[in-house]
Design a protein around this ligand. Structure first.
Ligand SMILES: [Mn+2]
Length: 324
């Protein structure tokens, strides 16, 4: 997929050396992990473990319920359990978002696909053309000397399915589908991954959707809504995430940009933008110290909904007029 040059060959040799020299790698990803974060952690973890290494995975938020079906998900800890000799981040655009319990150690290897990646590690493999970080792992793990078995393939496929909302985002290429097909040949179960990670929805999540959708607003080609702490409490929804409502909003007809405001406990609002090919919302998210991809980006803003919503909607309108 990526054209091989001497430079990329050297980079892959370096990654291969880093991984083969390490006996206790620590793998980290971003807070509020999505399917690509969890799939990348587990896919890499299992491949390293198969080579006789003792890897560990840490995410302070733990594993979202819907990804717990994956083999290996119970190996993800909320705290450091053992010492380590290599620190790897996957699917993590910047160090601020690494879900780590204490002061972050130096990161040696950063594997990601966010165009906004800050290249914060000693070695950075960032491929923005890839729709999922797990696709980067699926493509290169064999080159680095690691086998992808059935369970690892299942985890990697989950990242590809979730980050592309079931292979339907505009960045899905024939090569990407071939990588997915390779993973199926290795034993990944597309049907169950699709059902478990993407389409199945808990009753509390449906109730949160109902509340948020009843408040949807639109102006021109912009639409937005909110999820409040009260919505989640009333629905007995346990997560602090958006219950995947943002992905649903992205299918709204005649809307170019959708914004979801998700109220958080700590006096912050998580903002998610989705856009069609007309706009690169990662640029907008960066204005709020966030990041992401051209069609899907986010930021976390200090403040309550009363202040954050008008501020962000105002800026988004300017952005749509090309004034930012
Ligand atoms: Mn991702």
């Amino acid at each position: 997929m990526t054209t091989r040059t001497t430079k990329t060959d050297q980079l892959h040799q370096k990654i291969s050396d880093l991984l083969s020299r390490s006996s206790k790698p620590l793998i980290l990803s971003h807070s509020r992990p999505d399917g690509d974060a969890i799939g990348s952690l587990i896919g890499l973890f299992l491949a390293l473990q198969k080579k006789g290494k003792k890897p560990q995975m840490v995410i302070i938020d733990g594993v979202p319920r819907k990804f717990k079906f994956l083999y290996g998900s119970d190996q993800i800890n909320r705290s450091i359990k053992d010492d380590f000799d290599l620190v790897i981040t996957v699917d993590c655009a910047d160090q601020k978002r690494v879900a780590y319990p204490t002061e972050l150690p130096d990161i040696q290897l950063n594997i990601d696909h966010h165009i906004t990646n800050e290249l914060y590690a000693e070695t950075n493999l960032v491929i923005p053309e890839q729709p999922a970080t797990t696709a980067i792992l699926a493509e290169y793990l064999p080159d680095w000397g690691f086998d992808v078995d059935k369970n690892s393939a299942n985890a990697l496929l989950m990242g590809m399915v979730t980050d592309t909302i079931g292979f339907r985002t505009s960045n899905v290429s024939p090569d990407f589908l071939r990588l997915a097909a390779d993973l199926m040949e290795k034993g990944a179960d597309l049907s169950s991954v699709y059902q478990e990670a993407l389409t199945s929805q808990s009753l509390p999540a449906s109730i949160v959707w109902g509340k948020a959708l009843s408040r949807i607003k639109s102006e021109g080609n912009l639409a937005w809504t909110t999820i409040t702490l009260e919505d989640r409490a009333a629905a007995s929804y346990l997560g602090n995430d958006d219950a995947d409502l943002t992905n649903h909003l992205s299918s709204l007809e005649n809307i170019d940009i959708e914004v979801l405001f998700n109220e958080q406990k700590d006096g912050k609002v998580k903002v998610s933008w989705r856009s069609n090919a007309k706009h690169d919302v990662s640029k907008l998210a960066m204005q709020f110290n966030g990041g992401g991809h051209p069609p899907a980006a986010g930021a976390e803003i200090i403040g309550d909904l009363e202040t954050v919503v008008p501020l962000v909607i105002g800026k988004t309108k300017f952005f749509m007029k090309g004034q930012i």
